[in-house]
Design a protein around this ligand. Structure first.
Ligand SMILES: O=C(O)CCC(=O)C(=O)O
Length: 269
């Protein structure tokens, strides 16, 4: 497996980064560095300790072979100063703006914890899950090293120009088989930026340690500041019910492969 982290890391705010992103639909940058990653890991642990029902953040759990485990938190920047500053200002917004080619604003944010035994994601494009907006860029800020064993991302290069046929939000098998998938191992502190139409997927975490990552999504500010609208729409959709296939509903599309925790299970994560 090629370690892209060694051979292909960009600055993010320069023309070469924007060119690589435009050509491939993704680009890898060194955003936090090892020291920043340690600080951010502490912040993610603080968020993970927030109570399930204690606030307006959205915690989601999945059932793993080790029992119920936290799989995702959304809508946390209003309640965490450090993460708010990291995701809504400074170099993250500057890189998003460079890749979009105009000033960017945060559209949504999530942490995927992928704890030991945590499930992966079926092949999908994010764009159908992001209402209101034409132009997005998302990224995976690696909180822990990610590789094939703990479920790093796999992407398809140069396939970000169209929406592919999908079933329930997941790209259909006939199309998936035609793609050349590229595994993208990343080190803690690195950030993999990807277009909202870049097909991507990931495996489960078969190791004994977490594979945590933060995923902010940005849109061009010229399209509006729609973060609150996004979360209003998402909450309304979630109130209408969970998935009927026994899997956890974490998204407006059904890409997540995690098994739902029974409603009457209140055990801690
Ligand atoms: O964290 C992962 O492994 C994949 C995340 C992803 O594709 C998603 O949340 O849509």
């Amino acid at each position: 497996m090629t370690d892209l982290a060694d051979v292909n890391v960009f600055v993010g705010t320069d023309a070469a980064s924007a060119e690589h992103f435009a050509d491939h639909g993704w680009v890898l940058t060194d955003t936090l560095g090892p020291d920043g990653a340690v600080e951010v890991r502490g912040w993610v642990e603080e968020v993970a300790d927030w109570p399930i029902d204690g606030g307006e953040w959205l915690h989601h759990r999945e059932l793993t072979e080790h029992g119920p485990a936290l799989c995702r938190t959304e809508n946390f920047t209003p309640f965490h100063e450090g993460l708010c500053t990291l995701l809504r200002s400074g170099s993250m917004v500057a890189i998003a703006s460079n890749l979009l080619g105009e000033p960017a604003v945060l559209y949504k944010e999530k942490i995927n914890y992928k704890l030991p035994g945590g499930a992966g994601y079926a092949p999908h494009q994010d764009a159908p899950a992001y209402p209101f907006i034409e132009s997005h860029v998302s990224c995976m800020v690696a909180v822990d090293d990610a590789d094939a064993d703990n479920g790093c991302l796999e992407v398809v290069s140069g396939a970000h120009h169209e929406i592919y046929p999908m079933d329930d939000g997941v790209v259909i098998d006939d199309v998936v088989e035609t793609f050349t998938w590229q595994t993208v191992p990343v080190r803690a502190g690195q950030t993999l930026w990807f277009h909202s139409r870049t097909p991507h997927r990931s495996g489960s975490n078969s190791t004994s340690v977490p594979r945590r990552a933060i995923y902010p999504t940005y849109n061009a500010r010229s399209e509006g500041d729609l973060r609150e609208d996004y979360y209003a729409e998402k909450l309304a959709a979630f109130r209408s019910g969970g998935r009927s296939d026994g899997m956890v509903r974490v998204s407006l599309i059904n890409d997540f492969r995690g098994i739902a925790v029974p409603d009457d299970d209140t055990s801690s994560t």
